[in-house]
Design a protein around this ligand. Sequence first.
Ligand code: URA
Length: 244
Amino acid sequence: MHNGGQGEFPKTQTMQPSRNHLSEVLEKIQDRLIYYRDIGIKEFYGKLEESMTVPKKHKETLEDIRSDIGDCTRCKLHHKRTHIVFGEGSPKAKLMFIGEGPGHDEDVTGRPFVGRAGQLLTKIIEAMKLKREDVYIANIAKCRPPNNRAPEPDEVATCEGFLHRQIATIQPKVIVCLGSVAAQNLLKTERKISSFRGQWQDWQGIFVMPTYHPAFLLRNPAMKKEVWDDMKKVMELLKKGDKK
Ligand code: URA
């Protein structure tokens, strides 16, 4: 506004954000970073994988993740699969088992670990004084690799964002990796399973116990003792508290 005909430089309205507004924004950024950490994102570059982008306000559910997967054709395993084996069990499980990928029986039924190896896993779970419904069971790959081969790196990469989201949603206290494919892919290591089974590992702040796969136990029953030793460590941790 002019004053007495003399031009006056208008007072600048500096739009200072309020402290409250700033701390709200910072809180949102922090929440988002924690979320990305929880679903396994370690660095940002380029376009995020579709399976990793979940800008949702609410904490997502397992149903949300299953519906994002849809009738998946993202990798070549879809050509020969019968069913996607998403995983099953308690969404609040303290204990999660991760295997390699569906075999014939799992492909036919759409459920994880229901064949011979699965029956042995069920016995192990029951020996731990738990039921299958108390734990959560999933796999590195959700579709059956042909001839029971291990899932290939591109197949693992396509599927793992969904598994990481399942873990972030369930937030188990302990993950048991069944066999080298599960342990090496979750923990991003090439170490032989025999060199680190039975030793606590960490994945995003969750305790991870690598152990032998039940199918390996069917071929090598003498190794059941080692697996049972590993499961005793798991039971102790679940009972006690957070001490390693
Ligand atoms: N072996 C696995 O690794 N996962 C299954 O679901 C079944 C057998």
